[in-house]
Unconditional design. Sequence first.
Length: 340
Amino acid sequence: MSGTAKSSTTRRDLLQAAAAAGSAAALFAGFGVDPALAAEMGRSEKPLKAAFSNAGLQATWCAQGKQAAEWWGKLFNVEVTWFDGQLDAVKQRAAIDNMASQKWDFVAIQAFGIGTLTQPVQKMIDAGIPVIDMDTLIAPLDQINVHSFLAPDNEFMGASVTQALVNKLNGKGKIIMTQGALGHTGAQGRAKGFESVVKQYPGIEVLDTQPADWDVSKTARLWETYLTKYPQIDAAFFHNDDMALAAYNIMKAHNRTNILIGGVDAMPPAIQAVSEGRMFATVRNPSCRIHGGAIVAGVAAVTAGEKSGQGIPKSVVTDGPVVTKNNAAGMQWMEDHFLI
């Protein structure tokens, strides 16, 4: 997943090998865990079938989530089938319509936009399939009975990175926010967090807030325009790291690398960029915890009868920290093992 060197046999390697063998006892024996305890942890005795979809595997956050879901699926005896959203609401809707025409033990979905998948998701819920909502709302929780909603506090993420940028600027300077897809509730929360901070600082001027829809090509085009239009840009906040790093390449080409960059997701390339000083900060949107948590939630619903709003809360906050040079290495290790 990253270029970090690992020992020849890691805990992760042992877990994967045991899971592939299909034995709960073998899975945990190497760690001194009693097989009875392994059973209590919820691993299914029979293989379960789960369907997953997230916004689009072009995004590194989504690609990492797929890896995490499949890895945790092996641990819990779940076969994961993927329906790629392709960063397109229409294409994702077609994929979820296809998903809803089949039988699953549980499903987990990150919608590209709120309200775009309500009908097929409701069809699955009506069929008794637990649906775990990931990262962004499929629909408001009072309008659709999903099993649980696993997501970070997006306002916190937007505010925390913006605050780090503003602090570095000593409360004075010119800043641009590049948003994700406007229909994505996570992007909406990040924008609110950004706005909640900058409005407290009259010395901060917001130059632009256009969306780039998580698209690195669109981000590059926007930033070509910005760098021509604005002779002074002191900082930039991006709703994800992919867009932040795409913009950095444009800044570098224009010899404007003095601009402080903040992102969201804390993906491995961004962690490296923070360590090297190309990015100032990012914040962890814990893709591994969200996608792996969806596996755990689905298995508990099927094998232990865990009920929505009883065994599992209707909404589960999955926050991660702001990532700077001080904690970047530890965050990378956690991600290498699909823990956050």
